[in-house]
Design a protein around this ligand. Structure first.
Ligand code: RUB
Length: 320
C-alpha cells in the first residue's frame, strides 16, 4: 500500500506539534482515515481494512499521551466493524468511514462548545482565573463566561519549553479579556489572587487522575494548598479505556533541544536533560471535571468510561 502524502504530512505535523492540543490531534487523526479511503485502490474489503490499519498505526504512534487520538480512531473503527456485519462492498465501507469521520469531527467540536456553556456557569462575575498551556476546552469555558459579560481576569502561564501560553494570551486578548502572562514558576506567588484554575486534558484515567501538560500537577498542588478551585475541561473522548484494563498512560518524552540548544548544553558541561511533555495530577487535587455530558467529580471517570466504551475495549492494536 502507498501511504498518501497527505497522511504522512498530517502525521508529521502532529509529531512536530504544528497540529497540537488533544482535541485538534484527534480530529486530524480521524481525517487521515478519510484521506486513506479517498486515495485507496483496494479491490477487496480486506485490502481496504489493511490500509486503514496501516494509517491508524502511523497516526497512533505520533504522540503517545493524547488518548483522544486512539479514541478518535476507535470511534470510526467501531462504525466500520458494525458495517462489516452486513457484508458491505468496498464503496459502501468507504462511505461508512467518510460519514464516521464527519460525525466524530462535528461531535467533538460540539463537545468543546457544550463544555464552554456548562463550565461558564461556574465562573462568577469578578473572578480571577488561571490557565496553563493552551487548551481549547478550557478556553471555551473562559470565552463563554466573557461572552456572558462576566468581568473576568486571566493569568496565563508561559508553559515552558514550547510556550503554548503565548497562544492562550493571543486568543484571550483577541476576545478583549484582561490577561497577565507569568512564568511557570510564578504560579505559587500569584495563586492567592486566583479564584479558579482551569486546565484541559490529554487523558483522564479510570481512577480520575489527569494527564496534561507538564506543570499542571504543580498548578493543582499549589491551588489545593491555597484553597483555590481546580477545574478540568475535558471531552469524554479524553478518558482512557486502556486504563480500565490496567494499562498506564505513557508520558511522552520529547527532544531535549526543546529545552536547551546543543551549544549551551556543551558550555554547561553536558548535564543530563529530561523533557517530559506531560505530568499526572492525582484525582484528590481536582474539584471537578467539566465534560460535554455534564460536570462530574474525578471519581466518576470510571462511570464515563463504562458508558462510552464498555468493559473490554482497551486494545489499541486491534482497532480495525
Ligand atoms: C496540550 C495540552 C492541552 C490538552 C488539552 O499539549 O496539554 O492542555 O491537550 O487541549 P501540547 P484541548 O501542546 O503538547 O499538545 O482542550 O485543546 O484538547
Amino acid at each position: 500500500m502507498l501511504i498518501p502524502d497527505e497522511v504522512k504530512q498530517i502525521a508529521n505535523d502532529i509529531k512536530e506539534m504544528r497540529i497540537r492540543g488533544a482535541g485538534e490531534i484527534a480530529r486530524a487523526a480521524v481525517k487521515t482515515l478519510r484521506i486513506t479511503v479517498q486515495n485507496s485502490k483496494a479491490k477487496t474489503v480486506e485490502e481496504l481494512l489493511e490500509e486503514l490499519r496501516t494509517t491508524a498505526e502511523i497516526v497512533i504512534n505520533t504522540r503517545p499521551t493524547a488518548v483522544s487520538l486512539p479514541n478518535g480512531i476507535r470511534f470510526v473503527s467501531k462504525k466500520v466493524r458494525k458495517e462489516l456485519e452486513r457484508n458491505p462492498s468496498v464503496e459502501e465501507l468507504k462511505d461508512t468511514v467518510d460519514k464516521a469521520v464527519k460525525e466524530f469531527i462535528v461531535n467533538s467540536q460540539r463537545a468543546v462548545q457544550r463544555i464552554g456553556e456548562i463550565g461558564s456557569k461556574r465562573i462568577r462575575n469578578g473572578d480571577v482565573l488561571l490557565t496553563h498551556c493552551n487548551s481549547a476546552a478550557a478556553l471555551s469555558v473562559i470565552l463563554n463566561a466573557a461572552q456572558q459579560n462576566k468581568d473576568i481576569r486571566v493569568f496565563a502561564t508561559e508553559t515552558r519549553p514550547k510556550f503554548q501560553g503565548h497562544i492562550t494570551c493571543k486568543i484571550l486578548r483577541d476576545a478583549g479579556i484582561d490577561v497577565t502572562l507569568i512564568i511557570d514558576s510564578a504560579v505559587r506567588l500569584y495563586m492567592n489572587k486566583i479564584d479558579t484554575a482551569i486546565v484541559g486534558a490529554d487523558a483522564i484515567s479510570s481512577n480520575g487522575a489527569l494527564v496534561n501538560k507538564i506543570g499542571t500537577s504543580t498548578v493543582a498542588l499549589v491551588a489545593k494548598e491555597a484553597r483555590t478551585l481546580f477545574f478540568v475541561a475535558a471531552e469524554t473522548y479524553k478518558f482512557s479505556p486502556e486504563t480500565l484494563i490496567g494499562e498506564l498512560i505513557e508520558i511522552e518524552e520529547r527532544d531535549i533541544e526543546e529545552v536547551i540548544d546543543r551549544e549551551e548544553l556543551e558550555r554547561i558541561g553536558n548535564p543530563k536533560v529530561l523533557n517530559p511533555a506531560f505530568d499526572i495530577t492525582p484525582p484528590h487535587y481536582i474539584d471537578l471535571i467539566i465534560t460535554e455530558k455534564g460536570i462530574i467529580p474525578p471519581q466518576a471517570a470510571f462511570t464515563i468510561l463504562q458508558e462510552e466504551f464498555g468493559w473490554l475495549s482497551g486494545d489499541k492494536k486491534s482497532l480495525f
